[in-house]
Ligand binder design. Structure first.
Ligand SMILES: [Zn+2]
Length: 168
């Protein structure tokens, strides 16, 4: 079972693993902040498992190019990223059987922070409880889940298999 840790402990671990990169998403894409659990990747985009999550099974899709506003993203790149988020949501539905999936392009409005990035990205978050609300899902106040290495490997494997099945 994934373990729940406090927000403070998560922030401490993130800083220990990756310091304070100028851009967290660029650092993830460049593998400068530890393991990246990749579902699919190409030259322009990355779909992976964030390592600190409010709900187990959370997936993230992002363009690799450093973009922090929609004005900087051409329609093709954003459409491709959104398509990947949609594909990821279908894979999450198939593998995790959540009650619902949230899709959201969030990120920091306060500059680059330890746990959130200005670099555009799309969250795909499975919900398992009937009373889950956006305020629960997009805040770390209630702690975050982390997996053991074998749990991350197993989840990555199940998602990759489902992806290949759904999107051959
Ligand atoms: Zn970036």
């Amino acid at each position: 079972m994934p373990t729940k840790i406090s927000r403070a402990e998560a922030l401490r671990r993130i800083r220990e693993e990756g310091g304070a990169p100028a851009c967290l998403m660029c650092a993830i894409a460049a593998r400068r902040v530890g393991d990246v659990h990749v579902i699919v990747e190409d030259e322009d985009t990355l779909v992976m498992l964030p390592r600190y999550v409010r709900r187990w099974g959370h997936v993230m899709a992002l363009p690799k190019r450093h973009v922090t506003s929609y004005a900087e993203v051409d329609v093709e790149l954003w459409t491709r990223t959104a398509q990947l988020a949609h594909q990821a949501a279908r894979v999450v539905e198939r593998v995790m059987r959540p009650r619902r999936c949230y899709l959201a392009s969030t990120g920091s409005s306060a500059g680059e922070l330890t746990q959130t990035s200005r670099h555009l990205h799309i969250h795909v978050v499975p919900l398992y409880e009937p009373d889950d609300k956006p305020s629960d899902i997009f805040s770390w106040a209630g702690g975050v889940y982390v997996g053991a290495p074998d749990e991350w490997a197993e989840l990555t494997r199940r998602y990759r298999e489902a992806w290949d099945d759904c999107w051959p």
